[in-house]
Design a protein around this ligand. Structure first.
Ligand SMILES: [Zn+2]
Ligand SMILES: [Zn+2]
Length: 272
């Protein structure tokens, strides 16, 4: 069975369902040939495939979705041990992938995240639909822009950490033990508009925060928030959230990832 994007018939929330749980690291499986440290490689994943039907209440529509990953090193490496230059190279490749994926037909939303506890990699997923949580964010930003007279992210006074490019805030209403938001000080609507020098400072901030959270004894997700294709305006941001009963797709984008009926039966009955 192909994995599917499904839409809740009442709430409209998105869910990706699969019949398969990987038993070994998917990045090691993909990269059996690569042993070299410090190598970067983009691999396709089958989290979602193209093209497919998105099943909603009123039938289904043909949609396009892709997932891929930037595999950033070997299995046992810690992302936080990477040099700033190496993280800058990863960001440069991520930005290139964002620009390429944006050009594909039917693309509405591109998300990307890292999990600090697994094989160092950034997973990029491309969807034909705007996730509900992102839709809510866009509406809230527009409303706040009207009442504040400026972008609420530009206006934010963040005192936790800063460098030439970024300011970092502690979430006012955190969704996990550690929940930090890093914003560019300038109003930039897409990662694709960042220059090499910007990527260096972004890499430096990512490295510093990663080390900080790791020293506090937590694994975490790092989530990139990029402008949805049809959004009029956006302010890019990076979210750091410690792992504790959460997953990045649902907490940060409002998309759940779970087993379909067949996959669930396999887990419960131990067959298949
Ligand atoms: Zn691995
Ligand atoms: Zn802004």
């Amino acid at each position: 069975m192909r994995n599917e994007i499904r839409k809740d018939p009442i709430l409209g929330d998105l869910s990706i369902v699969t019949s398969y749980i990987a038993k070994e690291c998917i990045f090691c499986q993909k990269l059996k040939a690569i042993q070299v440290e410090d190598s970067l490689k983009v691999v396709e994943l089958d989290l979602i495939t193209h093209p497919q039907r998105v099943k909603g209440k009123k039938g289904s529509m043909l949609a396009h979705g892709w997932t891929e990953a930037i595999v950033e090193g070997i299995h046992d490496e810690r992302f936080s041990s990477f040099s700033v230059e190496r993280i800058q190279r990863i960001l440069k490749l991520l930005v290139n992938r964002f620009s390429e994926l944006r050009k594909r037909k039917g693309v509405e939303f591109i998300g990307a995240f890292k999990d600090s506890s697994t094989h160092p990699a950034t997973i990029i997923f491309t969807l034909p639909i705007l996730p509900k949580r992102v839709e809510r964010e866009l509406k809230a930003i527009e409303a706040q822009k009207i009442s504040l007279g400026e972008c609420p992210y530009c206006e934010k006074k963040c005192k936790f950490m800063e460098n030439e490019l970024m300011k970092v805030c502690i979430a006012h209403a955190p969704q996990s033990t550690i929940h930090l938001m890093a914003y560019t000080k300038k109003h930039i609507d897409s990662f694709c508009k960042l220059k090499d020098e910007d990527l260096f400072y972004m890499a430096e901030m990512i490295k510093n925060i990663s080390l900080l959270i790791e020293r506090a004894g937590f694994e975490f997700y790092l989530v990139f928030h990029e402008k949805p294709k049809s959004a009029r305006d956006y302010h890019i941001w990076i979210e750091f959230i410690s792992k504790r009963f959460i997953d990045p797709l649902s907490t940060c984008y409002g998309i759940s990832f779970s087993l379909d009926e067949k996959g669930l039966k396999k887990v419960i009955h131990g067959t298949g």
